[in-house]
Write a protein that binds this ligand. Sequence first.
Ligand code: SF4
Ligand code: SF4
Length: 142
Amino acid sequence: MVRILLRFSEKIVEEPIVSQIVLELKVLINIITAHVNSKGGEVLAEVPDGSLDKIVKAFRKRGATVSLPKLIEVDTEKCVSCGACVALCPVEAITIDQDASIVFNKEKCVGSTCGVCVDACPGRAIKSVKQNNSEPMANKKH
Ligand code: SF4
Ligand code: SF4
């Protein structure tokens, strides 16, 4: 699966674009987070790798902006178990085990749309990294 970040302007935010695309392309679109109000919306979603291009095209055709958010990587070797990231993570994607080792749950993490743990880590054990398949989208216009 690939994570995509969708942005909808005030003009199109009330249109049922996600469901239209699911029906039209018969693809799976998992919504991870959605922040939507009358002024616009930002939706983080996961889509199958093989359908990425056609999904991106379909959203852009309808006026949405699509980008690939970065993911978070934790280097447990550098971690000093200070707990700063655990306390700050809004979705409890990082926990500390009884033996003081850090446990990172990639599925829960919302990646670079959050990123607070990256700045908070005193050991620079957490970094923001590009998704493997971000290249095909790099040259396409939004
Ligand atoms: S980027 Fe945000 S959601 Fe992900 S682990 Fe860090 S604090 Fe949690
Ligand atoms: S903030 Fe960094 S050093 Fe502290 S527990 Fe998290 S990963 Fe480890």
